[in-house]
Design a protein around this ligand. Structure first.
Ligand code: CA
Length: 227
């Protein structure tokens, strides 16, 4: 599931936004103060950020500037100002899109989808090359995996699992999240399926599957890929 951070100091607006985004299947966290938000975003980035321009602590423009110094995470600005110059300023600073208040929550959800789609297609272009982690290399184009240059034969699902986790290094995934992202129908498949696939994947890529170095179990939560 994709994570979205909403930074908006008007509780009524941030409540409506999070309600619609959650209904659309996103995981949402909200902040009402720009500085507090930046502090949290510096340690962990979501898949997309929705920023109000007028904020206590640090305004939306300054936040975009700060975030762009460290990442190209997709950003949508919320602006109550009608001036075109503000919207242009936001885009020039590196925001991906803006929505003018008052907006319909459904419209915002559509913009979120569009921006995420765009961001993903960019990611797939930049990842056209091989994901290289020293000993382990993953080629998404040919769907080939090798360790120390030696090719490893993976099933389609094993490859998808490894590739998906490798694209999000160190991010912890629950079995349900992996089911949803790799299999697509989390409700119809036993989460034990993930456990079985992980075991086979480890047998193929880990030197010692009983003490894995790439696919790490996070007890009580799920798995993460350690580059
Ligand atoms: Ca505001």
């Amino acid at each position: 599931m994709l994570k979205i951070v909403v930074v908006e100091d008007e509780p009524s607006i941030s409540e409506v936004i999070s309600l619609y985004l959650r209904r659309a299947g996103y995981i949402v966290s909200c902040y009402s103060d720009g500085l507090v938000a930046l502090d949290s975003l510096t340690s962990q980035l979501p898949d997309l950020i929705i920023l109000d321009v007028m904020l206590p602590g640090m305004d939306g423009f300054a936040l975009v500037r700060n975030l762009r110094d460290q990442s190209d995470v997709p950003i949508i600005l919320l602006t109550s100002r009608k001036e075109e110059s503000d919207r242009i300023a936001g885009l020039e600073l590196g925001a991906d899109d803006y929505v003018v208040k008052p907006f319909s929550p459904q419209e915002l959800v559509s913009r979120v989808r569009a921006v995420l789609r765009r961001a993903r297609s960019i990611t797939s272009i930049t990842n056209e090359g091989i994901l290289d982690f020293g000993d382990l290399s993953i080629n998404p184009q040919t769907r080939e995996v090798s360790i120390h240059g030696k090719p490893i034969i993976l099933t389609a699902k094993e490859f998808d699992l490894l590739h998906y986790m490798a694209l999000h290094p160190r991010q912890v995934f629950t079995r349900d999240q992996l089911l949803e992202n790799i299999w697509g129908y989390s409700h119809y498949i036993d989460p034990g399926t993930v456990t079985v696939h992980m075991r086979r994947l480890r047998e193929k890529i880990e030197k010692d599957p009983t003490s894995p170095v790439y696919i790490i179990t996070v007890w009580g939560i799920g798995y993460k890929f350690e580059p």
